[in-house]
Design a protein around this ligand. Structure first.
Ligand code: PMV
Length: 313
């Protein structure tokens, strides 16, 4: 069996996080500069069923058997085996690496699941379809993130901009114009599960104060979709900033993210917002190509631990 490698990109949510959990649309795009990668090689000398996993980025070296079945690196393997209906794996070694920052809203978990599911199924000679791979990444996310909307696994599996409504077939977005974003990492690790749960509690205790915010975010996303398909990207920046304000009202921002958003706006960004679960993780800023380096510098001066400049579309 020849060695097989598969990789999957990171992602950012451009518009609509949190509201997407409640049925509103959201727009997400892949970020291809950062990738999760999985390589599978056979170990001809080892007994059948022995699967070694080496994930140096998180200091993990183990066998599949030693990991709990729900472990984020073990679960995609069990789900592939289940999906293909095979009783055991041939002896093999997986090397899993990723340049996607963990717990920062760039989809590292879903990207690792996608890379593992693709590499292992191809290694076994039965590459899974995109739909199956996305389904596996979704089930892993469900185990670790409670009630994910499904946007992460979808944008990462299909590796293209998407307009996503929970429970509906997603729409591939064709962007009329490419544009540039700067991503600033606050350096604060923030589990999405906790923030989503807090929003749920607020929603349950006071639906009449939360519902209008969710509806307003949905409206922003619909306007953004129309702009992305149009000739002029001009109004997109204002929509990003408006989306950030709605997320502040929802209670999912934090002083550090607000500070980064302001720093981007004061240094030439056309618009900026937090991206993903919030309370930490990343923020994003829409920039003219020539302004990207200036905004990235300003973000680092304002406390971002790292920045990424990415071309979308
Ligand atoms: O933190 P991330 O990038 O995984 O994004 C979470 C997005 C939410 O809308 C907050 C949750 C979800 O499952 O869609």
């Amino acid at each position: 069996m020849p060695a097989v490698t598969a990789s999957a990109p990171g992602k950012i949510i451009l518009f609509g996080e949190h509201a997407v959990v409640y049925g509103q649309p959201a727009i997400a795009v892949p970020v291809t500069q950062v990738q999760a990668r999985c390589t599978v090689v056979a170990i001809p000398t080892a007994p059948a069923g022995r699967v070694e996993i080496d994930a140096p980025d998180i200091g993990l070296k183990s066998t599949l058997e030693e990991l709990s079945p729900a472990h984020p690196l073990a679960l995609p393997l069990h789900l592939v085996r289940e999906q293909l209906g095979i009783p055991a794996f041939p002896a093999c070694r997986l090397r899993i690496t990723s340049t996607i920052p963990i717990a920062s809203g760039l989809g590292s978990g879903a990207a690792v699941s996608v890379a593992v599911a693709r590499a292992v199924s191809a290694f076994l000679g039965h590459p899974l379809s995109d739909e199956q791979v996305s389904g596996i990444a979704f089930r892993v996310d469900q185990t670790h993130h409670g009630t994910p909307s499904g946007i992460d696994n979808t944008v990462i599996t299909y590796n293209q901009p998407i307009y996503f409504v929970r429970g509906e077939p997603f729409e591939r977005l064709t962007l009329h114009h490419p544009f540039w974003m700067v991503i600033g990492n606050s350096g604060i690790a923030s589990p999405t599960l906790t923030v989503v749960e807090e929003v749920r509690q607020r929603y349950q205790s006071s639906p009449s104060s939360i519902e209008p915010i969710l509806l307003a975010i949905g409206e922003i996303v619909r306007q953004a979709r129309a702009i992305l398909a149009s000739d002029s990207l001009e109004p997109l920046g204002a929509l990003l900033t408006e989306n950030h304000q709605r997320l502040q009202e929802l209670g999912v921002s934090c002083p550090e993210l607000d500070h980064l958003v302001n720093a981007a706006l004061q240094n030439g960004a056309l618009g900026a917002k937090l991206s993903g679960g919030g309370r930490g993780g990343n923020m994003i800023a829409l920039v003219e190509e020539g302004q990207a380096a200036r905004v990235a510098d300003a973000l680092r001066r304002a406390g971002a631990v790292s920045t990424l400049i990415t071309r979308v579309g």
